[in-house]
Design a protein around this ligand. Structure first.
Ligand SMILES: [Zn+2]
Ligand SMILES: [Zn+2]
Length: 255
């Protein structure tokens, strides 16, 4: 091996060692050191309820029993949502709550690439080549106080993985809605009614497009449904949804 290649390899290995020492990879759930950046430690992995098939074709609600073909959950049959397909990575529950809230409210934006990787892997069936990836927007007032939109960070990182088109400002939130926390499913749908509109710069560009909406948590689907309805009204042909996690039993809604 030529001398300069040997030196280059040594420098690469040394800088990796230095980086690993200065910034060890940490479990995104409990902050204990892990071998692989973006991976959960063994105990957190065991406690996290990942959602895998079979699940509702339209909203991603996990089924407890084996089924064949594309099945819909009772909610989607009783009241079909405007989005066509949905996937979530894991259940929002006691084991995952603080991991999600730290990302949402406590500046743990460093977790976005790992979460985006998980989401990208879970959604291979809906991450088609020509889809436009867009986040659920925050109201400008909330964005100023929080300083970042966690869903936009996820959307940008997911798009980066396979070079998808991303439109972080596709939708705007014109009304500063009250928090959805503690509201009944019906009240959540009422609360976000008419709250979203398409950004003026995207008007006429969304016609005939397929959009993948990104959010951190699917609770009742009220916000995602309202965003999807807005996009379809503006001419999108299909809207799918992808969230980091979802509430599986409505009784646990507390965010
Ligand atoms: Zn852990
Ligand atoms: Zn469903």
């Amino acid at each position: 091996m030529p001398e300069r290649h040997r030196l280059k390899n040594w420098l690469t290995a040394s800088s990796k060692l230095l980086l690993d020492t200065l910034f060890p990879a940490l479990c995104p759930c409990c902050n204990e050191p892990v071998d692989e950046p973006g991976s959960l430690c063994a105990p957190c992995w065991g406690q996290t309820n990942f959602i895998s098939p079979p699940y509702c074709f339209q909203c991603g609600y996990p089924f407890e029993y084996e089924i064949s073909g594309d099945m819909l959950c009772g909610t989607c049959i009783a009241s079909p949502p405007p989005f066509s397909r949905g996937v979530s990575v894991f259940q929002y529950d006691d084991a995952s709550r603080h991991m999600v809230l730290a990302f949402k409210h406590a500046d743990r934006t460093d977790r976005a690439p790992a979460f985006a990787n998980w989401m990208s892997r879970a959604a291979t069936n809906i991450l088609v080549d020509d889809v436009i990836i867009a986040p659920v927007p925050l109201h400008p007032k909330r964005l100023r106080s929080r300083r970042y939109n966690q869903s936009a960070l996820l959307a940008q990182n997911i798009a980066k993985i396979k070079g998808h088109r991303v439109a972080p400002d596709l939708l705007t939130r014109g009304r500063d809605t009250a928090s959805q926390g503690g509201k009944s499913p019906k009240a959540r749908f009422r609360n976000v009614k008419g709250a979203f509109s398409i950004n003026a710069k995207w008007q006429n560009l969304i016609d005939g497009e397929h959009v993948l909406l990104i959010d951190d948590v699917f609770t009742t689907g009220a916000t995602l449904s309202e965003c999807a309805a807005c996009l379809l009204q503006e001419g999108a042909t299909q809207v799918d949804i992808l969230t980091l996690c979802r509430v599986v039993r409505p009784a646990t809604m507390s965010i």
